[in-house]
Design a protein around this ligand. Structure first.
Ligand code: MN
Length: 490
């Protein structure tokens, strides 16, 4: 790995941006780490360079890639955070400080796990770019794990599988999640890993390549005639997810069908639908397997067209059709999402709403185990999107009800709610909402207080807090008349 490769990668994604600071950061870090070597025997500087390259690949911004090069300087060299601030400014220095803070964890066992999770979430709440750097740092450490003693390999792999990979999944950074999981799989279950890898990479490889070449050969001339510029790539399921599927469904490798898919990447949304038409004309679609995640994206923002057709020899083959931006967002998640937003000059660091929730929860809970429990309840659970009659999307946790929606709109709407209209049908306030339901709240002017019973089905913190607050107040009100001195004279 060289600094030139990193600069080139960064400029590929950000043409015309002056990346001179990357060269300066390299000179600074190379001097600071001078003489240090990693367990592999390589010069230390190779590690931060790899981390910076992974960041540039996921389209991180200039400050983040710079911080990637400098991330181990304060911890492992005589240069301090103050030196970084003077030379590279507060933004880069703050990112490196975030990484350095994450690094020090002194607990063991379950405590260590909880403390780790808490630190990750808090760092995320301050500046999510810190987490991007930490993930790339961990991925490169996993790739070079073979040089560490076995006991450390096991501990680091377990920690990566339990903490890092799930968070990467929440943020939609699938490429990092998969790579981490496969590396953990290799160290935690070496026998199963080797067996599966052999089947996948050796036994079935030739068959698979022949088949995909045939599919491409039939599809390519059609795409050329329609003048649709495109790239086709084969998507493989990663080994750890095959392993999990085999375990949970008790199936053999040959019975896991959706191991492969063909991805067709095109320039714009129009072309996505044109390609779909061509594929369905060439091969008969399998019933019930067509999904339009462009018109109705998944709650995590994922967009693509999916279809399974009976391809050559009548063999089922799955296609995923998407634009380049959809593709980048599907593998680099939030990181790529920001990149495209920044290009359009929109709010660059607008964070998803659950990050704000983390900050609120953190203010409320000082005890670590309560904090983690609450985070898991409120934030880790799956999210759905419902729509207002005007088409605004409101994000809610899975299992949310119209009362959660009402309080998400406004406390007044929540307090005076009596019924809801969901997809043009009048329903009770405790009916569970589903993704992309259209919801409207019926309110009653004279009813200005919530019902305590709503606590039985309200899911969001906002709704529950409002209901509880009123419940407390009304208990106090009803007690007041029995307490001499503060009661209303009635
Ligand atoms: Mn590092």
């Amino acid at each position: 790995m060289t600094i030139d490769r990193i600069i080139k990668k960064f400029n590929d994604n950000n043409p015309g941006v002056d990346a001179g600071i990357l060269q300066l950061a390299y000179d600074f870090a190379a001097e600071a780490h001078q003489g240090q070597v990693r367990k592999s025997g390589e010069p230390y500087i190779i590690h931060p360079l790899h981390v910076a390259y992974l960041l540039a690949e996921m389209k991180a911004d200039l400050a983040t890639v710079t911080a990637g090069i400098l991330h181990d300087v304060p911890e492992d060299t005589t240069r301090t955070l103050e030196d970084l601030r003077v030379n590279f400014g507060p933004e880069v220095a703050n990112l490196v400080r975030g990484i350095t803070k994450l690094g020090k964890i002194k607990y063991r066992g379950l405590e260590r796990y909880r403390e780790n999770l808490k630190k990750m979430f808090l760092a995320m709440a301050v500046d999510i770019r810190v987490i991007f750097i930490k993930f790339c740092d961990r991925l490169h450490n996993m790739r070079t794990l073979e040089y560490l003693p076995e006991e450390k390999q096991q501990r680091i792999s377990r920690e990566t599988l339990e903490i890092y990979a799930p968070i990467a999944g929440i943020l939609g950074i699938w490429r990092l999640k998969w790579q981490m999981e496969d590396l953990c799989f290799k160290y935690l279950h070496p026998e199963e890993f080797n067996k599966l890898e052999y089947k996948y990479e050796v036994e079935k490889k030739a068959d698979r390549n022949n088949f995909f070449n045939r599919v491409k050969k039939e599809l390519n001339p059609q795409l050329r005639d329609a003048e649709i510029p495109n790239e086709i790539e084969v998507r493989f399921k990663h080994l750890y997810s095959i392993y999990q599927k085999m375990k949970s469904k008790d199936r053999k490798f040959d019975e896991i069908y959706d191991v492969f898919a063909l991805r067709v990447i095109v320039d714009d949304v129009n072309d996505c639908y044109k390609v779909l038409g061509i594929i369905h004309t060439l091969w008969r679609p399998k019933p019930n397997r067509f999904k339009d995640y462009i018109a109705v994206p998944k709650p995590n923002g994922y967009r693509s067209l999916h279809t399974t057709v009976f391809g050559p020899e009548g063999k089922a083959v799955e296609f995923q059709i998407r634009t380049r931006q959809m593709h980048d967002e599907s593998i680099y998640g939030l990181a790529a999402h920001w990149h495209y937003k920044a290009q359009r000059q929109e709010g660059i660091h607008k964070q998803p709403s659950w990050i704000k929730e983390i900050i609120d929860i953190q203010k409320e809970f000082s005890d670590t185990s309560d904090f983690v429990h609450k985070i898991q309840l409120d934030v880790f659970q799956d999210r759905i999107f419902v729509l207002s009659p005007k088409g605004d999307a409101i994000e809610l946790p899975e299992g949310a009800t119209p009362i959660d929606y009402a309080y998400a709109i406004h406390t007044k709407v929540g307090n005076s709610a009596v019924r809801a209209i969901v997809n043009e049908e009048i329903v009770r306030l405790d009916q569970e909402l589903k993704n992309s339901d259209v919801v409207e709240i019926i309110t009653e002017k004279n009813k200005m207080h919530p019902s305590r019973d709503w606590l039985k089905f309200a899911k969001t913190k906002k709704a529950r807090d409002a209901i509880k607050q009123y419940a407390k107040k009304s208990t106090f009100e009803s007690f007041k008349k029995y307490i001499p001195g503060i009661g209303n004279k009635s």
